[in-house]
Write a protein that binds this ligand. Sequence first.
Ligand code: SAM
Length: 291
Amino acid sequence: MSFLTWLFGKQSKNAADSIQVADPVLRVDNLYMLPRHMQEVNRLDFQHYMLRTAFQANYLAPISNPITVLDVACGTGRWMLDVAQDFPSASITGIDLAPPDPATSKISFPASCRFLQGNIIKGLPFDDQSFDFVHQRFLVLALPLQYWEADIRELVRVTRSGGWLELVEADLEFHNQGSAGTRLYSWIEQASQQRGIDVTIGRKIETFARTAGLTHVSEHKVEIPMGNWGGRIGSMLATDFSTAVIAIKPLVTSTLKIDSQEYDYTLQTWLQECEQLHATYDFTIVYGQRS
Ligand SMILES: C[S@@+](CC[C@H](N)C(=O)[O-])C[C@H]1O[C@@H](n2cnc3c(N)ncnc32)[C@H](O)[C@@H]1O
């Protein structure tokens, strides 16, 4: 089976048209912008491996032998699985609007991993200072700007004194972007704004972390090439992002009344521009310690 067949499923030729936004959680909360079908599950897993390759680590915070770890918005749980292997005696908790069901997940989770259903906007169901290490990655298309400060305060609340919090986020703007990329970015930004979502959140999380009272706050930018011109990691990022742009298509085209073919053409032109202009993308990692 080719990689693209695995990622998109059998209907890869018309993957964009096959995606339906028929997601009960999305309908209830109506904020998270990406769907939860199998292509998206596969994309998140693939994205995890791409980030691990690019960062050369599962986390950057200077943690050592945590006993309790929390992953907020844990998605498919791939990060938790890796961290469970790094720290076999740690107890790892994942919380998400739609966490994986270990009984049916294609991942075989060790007994040290447990999953809870929860909405970070409503707060976390844990006592103060419950975790040695708290991690949250990619809520950029889920949390409206008005909730971010409270979200990070809540993450700090459940981090124990001396423990670490790490945030990984995206800022959806590229370096060396052409006109199709600028157009696509503008569409995603406009559709996000209509939900109160700020696609530049990656630029703000360091300030939020400091405001929430963390010490030793450190921000890192990891720049990744976008496209085959950048070798294996560049091809991986292009696959990841083009899949995400296809996944978000129903929401963006219906919100902004954009023609389906125009959207697809802009996506293809953007991918060509990334090759010609040597586009790159920055991921932002911020970590800090609770005093
Ligand atoms: C882009 S995925 C990232 C998943 C995972 N952190 C990763 O890096 O692979 C975003 C995740 O956030 C979850 N999510 C969205 N809004 C949420 C909320 N308000 N509370 C908890 N989880 C949320 C979604 O269900 C989804 O699994």
